[in-house]
Unconditional design. Sequence first.
Length: 215
Amino acid sequence: MSLMDDYSAAGFSRRLGWGSRPAVLLVDPALAYTSPSSPLFLETGPAAALSMAALASAARAAGVPVVWTTVRFADESCSEAPLFAAKVPALKAFAAGNPLGGFAPPLEPAPGEFVVVKHYASAFAGTSLAAWLASHSIDTLVVGGYSTSGCVRASALDALQHGFRPMVVREACADRAAAPHESNLFDLDAKYADVVTLAESLTRLSAGSGTTPHP
C-alpha cells in the first residue's frame, strides 16, 4: 500500500473544497527569500514569486481581495518576538531599514490592499487578520508564500483553526530544500488544507467572489 493510500484508508486527505468568497493570502513574499546574498535565500523562491504574482493578478481582475503579510521588527534585537529570534537569528533580516524585508519584485501590494505586519510565523498570531477576513465575509484563503514548512504552514493551519478554508498553492510556495517543501505539502494536504495547483487556483479565482463553485 502506498503512503497516500494508507493515509486515505485511515481517514486523512479528504477535500475541504472551495467556498464562495475567496481571498488570496501571500505570506512574507520578501526579498530576503529571493536575493542570493540573503541568508534566507531559497533557490525556488523566484519561481514561486512569479506564481504569487499570477495569483495576485487573477484576483485583482476578478475583484477578489489580495492580502499580504510582512515581518517587521523595530531593530535587530527582534524584541517583539524574543524566543522566535533566539531560535532563528536570521530574523534580524527583517529589522526596520533592512532592504531584505521589502517585497520581492515583481510583488508589490496595490493601493488599498491589506498588509498584515507580523512578528511570528502565523499570519494570524497577534494580528487583526481573522477579524478583517470575517468582516469581508471571506470563507476561503488561497495561500502562497515563504517558506512552505514555516510561515506558510503556520498560516494555513491557523486559517483552518479560525474557520477559513485554506487552499495552499503548490507552485506559489518555496522552501530551502525539496524534502521539507514536499513533506509539508503532503502533511498539510492530509490534515489541514487542500494543496492545489496554480492552474486550478487561477481558474477558480477568475470566477470572482460570490461565484466560486464547490467541487
